[in-house]
Design a protein around this ligand. Structure first.
Ligand SMILES: [Zn+2]
Length: 241
């Protein structure tokens, strides 16, 4: 990825051009700034556009960086991690020997993580992050499979294979072969948001695009899909460990 210099700030930068893009636009995410442009746009036009929007870009980038810094975890007792739209409290305990494990306490809405006493602080953080990821994936797989089976029955479609993925920016995808991928991080989101993504991907079994017909079909099974899409755009970056 290239980078964009605005005053003293250097931001990872990506440019996207294709024939479906009708006008110049900028999107600022916690990771980068992305400009989408029609194929015919010149380098100069993009430069001018970036200059015109410099202040807006810097303001939004600053805000997102602040959120990212604040939400950076240290994996200590008392810290919260998201799960199905709720917040679980971490309890970090010492374990004897080499045992590392996570135990979910439903009533207390807590997650007890045991880490060997001999681990240094750096090793502990890494171990907690790893066991958390493993725990989320273990929860996500059966949960998503159950959602897929429920919604494919409701919608009268059948998918081919399901795979759990871990991409940074995609929540789900559906291939032309009818294979569905879902991001394990989605298990941190509220249930209606997960339902929306499942319905979205299953709708791609009928419509491979994002046409009007596609969204109409999504709305049949998920009338509030706009709200859930918005939730993900606004909060998606917090669903990290
Ligand atoms: Zn889609």
């Amino acid at each position: 990825m290239s980078s964009l210099r605005l005053g003293d700030t250097v931001i990872p930068y990506e440019e996207r051009k294709n024939s479906r893009i009708k006008r110049l636009s900028i999107r600022v995410t916690p990771e980068k700034v992305r400009v989408s442009a029609p194929v015919s746009t010149s380098r100069e036009e993009i430069q001018i556009f970036l200059q015109q929007n410099q202040e807006w870009i810097l303001e939004n980038w600053g805000k997102l960086q602040k959120i990212a810094r604040e939400s950076k975890r240290e994996y200590l007792t008392g810290e919260k991690v998201p799960y199905l739209g709720k917040e679980l409290t971490l309890q970090i305990c010492d374990s004897q020997g080499k045992m590392i494990r996570a135990i979910y306490n439903i009533e207390e809405e807590s997650l007890e993580i045991s880490i060997p006493q001999s681990f240094t602080q750096e090793l502990r953080e890494e171990a907690v992050r790893e066991i958390l990821e493993k725990w989320y994936k273990e929860k996500a797989r059966p949960y998503f499979l159950q959602k897929l089976s429920y919604w494919s029955r409701e919608m009268g479609v059948s998918y081919n294979k399901f795979r759990l993925k871990g991409q940074k920016t995609r929540w789900g995808s559906c291939s032309t072969l009818g294979n569905i991928n879902l991001n394990w991080r989605l298990i941190m989101a509220p249930e209606p948001v997960i339902d929306y993504i499942v319905i979205h991907e299953l709708s791609h079994l009928i419509y491979m695009d994002h046409s009007k017909e596609f969204w109409k079909h999504v709305a049949r099974f998920c009338p509030n899909y706009r709200e859930h899409r918005h939730w993900l755009r606004k909060n998606g970056h917090t669903l990290v460990i």
